[in-house]
Design a protein around this ligand. Structure first.
Ligand SMILES: [Zn+2]
Length: 84
């Protein structure tokens, strides 16, 4: 069974449609059962859309600082979820 932590790890690939069929199905199954991850994925989807929107403004593409902030946001989300 896929855990929240596993989902967080492959969530960006999922949103980008880069996972294989089996992984995609595993994530969809998890999302059916887990509203926390549903919210997480929809936030991530919004972040990625925002990133795409802004990336055409920069010749270098994705700003590495933005990715770092995104990573720490994901970490905070995971840690918050593990609190009782
Ligand atoms: Zn979950």
């Amino acid at each position: 069974m896929l855990m929240c932590r596993d989902l967080a790890r492959s969530a960006s690939d999922y949103v980008e449609g880069q996972l294989g069929r089996a992984d995609t199905v595993a994530i969809k199954m998890h999302l059916l059962m887990c509203r926390h991850c549903r919210r997480f994925v929809s936030n991530l989807r919004a972040s990625i859309a925002l990133l795409r929107h802004h990336s055409h403004l920069s010749a270098q593409g994705v700003d590495p600082h933005y990715l770092q902030r995104l990573d720490s946001a994901i970490e905070r989300e995971l840690q918050a979820r593990e609190d009782p």
